[in-house]
Design a protein around this ligand. Structure first.
Ligand code: FES
Ligand SMILES: [Fe+2]
Length: 385
C-alpha cells in the first residue's frame, strides 16, 4: 500500500549533507528511547505511550517492564482504549478477546473464537525494554535489527554507578529536532539572560560571543555513544548589547567571582548533556523523544555523583526545593518556549531550506550531519500502517 511521503521528495533532493536528518521528521528508527520514568509504572500497572507515531503499551510484571504494540493484530483497535488484563501475564483485547502474552506477544487465547488456529501461532509486536537510573528505555525498531547495548545510546557518565538521577517530563509542541538543536545552539544564551537560576548560582552568562570555528569534537567510536561536544571556546564574550551607542541589555556578570564553565554535548539518538548545569557538580541530561511530527516528550533529568545514601538524599531534597523550580520549571522552560514558537516556522518543510543561519550556527550543522551519518532507519508513515 503506497503512502504519502512525510517530506516532499523535491525538497529532500536539495539537502545533500544531512538529507536523512531532514527526512527524519518522525524520528530515527532502531534506537533506545526513553518511554517514561520508572516511578510512573508501578507493579501490575499499564501505561500507554506514543513514540515516533507508534502506539506502545507498557506493563510492569514481577518488577520487569514489558512493552507491546498498542494495536490489536485482529482488527486494529487500540488495546489502551479499554485495558483488560485478566491475569498477570496477558492482556485481552476488549473487542473480540484476542489475548496476548506480554513477554513474547503470543496469542494464548481468543475469547470470541477459542479454537482458532491463531491461538499459539500469531503474535503482536514486542519491544526490548531496559530500565536504568529511574528511566524506562524502549528499543523502537525493526525485528531484524539487533538492539545495541543501552550504554551505546546514553551519554558518557549517565550510567556511572555513583550517579543519582532526578527529573521531570513535559510534552512539548514542537518537532523533536528542535530539542537537541536548541541545546547545542551556540548563540542562544541571550534567551536565558533573565533566568533567576543565574543569580541563585552566581553564574555569569554572556549575551553573545564570537566562537572559535572548528572548536567542537566528534565522538564516533564504533563501540560506544556517538556525539558532538561543544568545548565552547570563544574569542570574545559580549556582556552588553548596545543600540544607538546606549547599553540596552546587560548580561549577568559576576566577573572573576562568577561561575561560567558549562560544557554542552549532544548524543545519539537525541540527548543533550550539560556538565556543570544547573549547579557545580551536577549534570543535565535532557532526552528528546518524538511523539509525532509536531510534538515530543522532553525528559529533563539531572545527575549527581553521590558517594553515600545520605548524599543521595540531600541531592533529592535539593532537586525538589532548588533545581526543579529554578532549572526545570525556569531556565529549561525558556528553551521549551523557544522550541514551541519556532515550530510555527519549522513545521513547514521549506523552512529547513530557507532558515537564515549565521557563521556562529556551525554547531547546528555539525549535529545535523552527525545525526544523518549514523542513520539506522527513518521512521515513515509505512511503519505506522
Ligand atoms: S480487534 Fe482485537 S480482538 Fe478483534
Ligand atoms: Fe538553553
Amino acid at each position: 500500500m503506497a503512502t504519502q511521503p512525510l517530506v516532499d521528495p523535491e525538497l529532500l533532493a536539495a539537502k545533500k549533507s544531512w538529507k536523512e536528518y531532514f527526512a527524519a521528521k518522525l524520528g530515527f528508527r532502531n534506537h533506545w528511547y526513553v518511554a517514561c520514568f520508572s516511578r510512573e509504572i508501578a507493579e501490575g500497572e499499564v501505561l500507554a505511550r506514543k513514540i515516533m507515531g507508534e502506539g506502545i503499551l507498557l506493563r510492569r510484571i514481577n518488577g520487569k517492564v514489558h512493552a507491546i504494540r498498542d494495536r490489536c493484530i485482529h482488527r486494529g483497535v487500540k488495546l489502551s482504549d479499554k485495558v483488560e488484563c485478566h491475569n498477570a501475564e496477558t492482556i485481552t483485547c476488549w473487542y473480540h478477546g484476542f489475548t496476548f502474552r506480554w513477554e513474547d506477544g503470543l496469542v494464548t487465547a481468543i475469547v470470541g473464537a477459542p479454537e482458532s488456529s491463531a491461538v499459539g501461532t500469531k503474535r503482536i509486536k514486542t519491544y526490548p525494554v531496559e530500565e536504568a537510573k529511574g528511566l524506562v528505555f524502549v528499543f523502537v525498531g525493526d525485528a531484524d535489527f539487533a538492539a545495541p547495548p543501552l550504554r551505546h545510546e546514553c551519554p558518557p557518565s549517565f550510567l556511572d554507578d555513583a550517579v543519582v538521577v532526578e527529573g521531570d517530563c513535559r510534552v512539548v509542541k514542537s518537532n523533536w529536532r528542535l530539542g537537541p538543536e536548541g541545546g547545542i545552539d551556540e548563540i542562544h544564551r541571550y534567551l536565558h539572560r533573565e533566568a533567576p537560576l543565574l543569580l541563585n548560582t552566581k553564574s555569569s552568562l554572556p549575551l553573545g560571543h564570537k566562537a572559535v570555528r572548528g572548536q567542537f569534537e566528534m565522538v564516533e567510536d564504533e563501540d560506544g555513544p556517538k556525539g558532538l561536544i561543544d568545548h565552547f571556546k570563544a574569542e570574545k564574550m559580549y556582556f552588553d548589547a548596545q543600540l544607538d551607542e546606549k547599553t540596552v541589555v546587560r548580561g549577568v556578570n559576576f566577573g572573576a567571582e562568577g561561575r561560567r564553565a558549562v560544557y554542552a554535548s549532544v548524543w545519539l539518538p537525541a540527548c543533550l548533556k550539560v556538565e556543570g548545569f544547573p549547579g557545580p557538580g551536577l549534570t543535565l541530561f535532557e532526552w528528546y523523544v518524538p511523539i509525532d511530527e509536531t510534538s515530543h516528550r522532553c525528559f529533563m533529568t539531572i545527575g549527581s555523583a553521590c558517594a553515600t545514601d545520605e548524599e543521595a538524599d540531600l541531592f533529592r531534597q535539593a532537586y525538589k526545593a532548588r533545581w526543579k523550580p529554578l532549572a526545570v520549571d525556569g531556565f529549561l522552560q525558556q528553551d521549551i518556549m523557544a522550541r514551541e514558537s519556532a515550530q510555527g516556522f519549522y513545521g513547514n518543510d521549506r523552512a529547513w531550506l530557507e532558515e537564515c543561519l549565521v557563521e556562529d550556527d556551525f554547531m547546528l550543522i555539525e549535529w545535523r550531519k552527525l545525526r544523518a551519518r549514523h542513520c539506522h532507519g527513518i521512521q515513515t508513515l509505512d511503519h505506522l500502517l
